[in-house]
Design a protein around this ligand. Structure first.
Ligand SMILES: Cc1cc2nc3c(=O)[nH]c(=O)nc-3n(C[C@H](O)[C@H](O)[C@H](O)COP(=O)(O)O)c2cc1C
Length: 187
């Protein structure tokens, strides 16, 4: 059974990112995948301290909620990183997790991931121009590839969104998210 893990980077639990990520998970469940979503805003995750202990020890030594996330990543087949665009970038909540993925790099920047893990990206934004932030999204995909994750490649963008949950009335986007979930759960 495929294990799909979603990281929800918006503080709004009923927001557009949450709705679309949930929709991805519904599609994945339809194909029999086991799905878990982490609401990052609820977790206590410190920023990377740059102590480099991970380079000598092989794991991150900060004793916080990221330890549980490392565990679920190690057991996952597919990761979905999701965030609203805040100030042209991902939210600080998601960035904390991305920085802490540094622990998966050896001192020579080779990856120490033990098995192939795929990933897809999901962003929502107010800007109506769908590809307005695409170079940034591709840059995020780039660093996740350096960490050792395998890009599907899928970047789902919900554009022109403002009010929490308004994406629910956008049938095309909801369908796209559902289909992405189904696709991700196929080997
Ligand atoms: C602090 C903040 C910064 C934002 N910055 C941007 C931005 O740079 N570009 C953009 O298109 N939308 C921006 N937005 C709008 C959100 O990306 C948009 O409303 C999104 O759908 C919110 O997702 P959510 O409902 O999952 O919280 C910003 C919203 C907030 C609260």
């Amino acid at each position: 059974m495929m294990k799909i893990v979603g990281f929800m980077g918006s503080p709004r639990k009923n927001g557009n990112t949450a709705v679309l990520l949930q929709q991805v998970m519904e599609g994945a469940k339809k194909e029999g995948a086991e799905c878990t979503v982490h609401y990052l805003n609820d977790l206590k995750i410190r920023g990377c301290q740059g102590c480099n202990a991970c380079k000598s020890k092989g794991y991150c030594v900060i004793p916080d909620d990221m330890q549980n996330i490392y565990q679920t990543i190690n057991e996952a087949d597919v990761l979905v990183f999701s965030s609203p665009v805040y100030m042209w970038e991902m939210t600080a909540q998601l960035k904390l997790v991305v920085d802490r993925l540094y622990a998966y790099l050896n001192a020579d920047y080779s990856s120490r991931l033990a098995k192939p893990i795929k990933f897809a990206l999901l962003f929502t934004q107010h800007r109506a121009v769908e590809d307005a932030f695409m170079p940034y999204f591709e840059s995020v995909a780039g660093i996740l590839k350096v960490i050792g994750f395998e890009f599907v490649p899928e970047i789902l963008v919900g554009s022109g969104l403002h009010d929490a949950g308004e994406v629910k009335s956008n049938d095309a986007l909801m369908e796209k998210a559902y289909k992405l979930g189904r696709k991700l759960s196929l080997k």
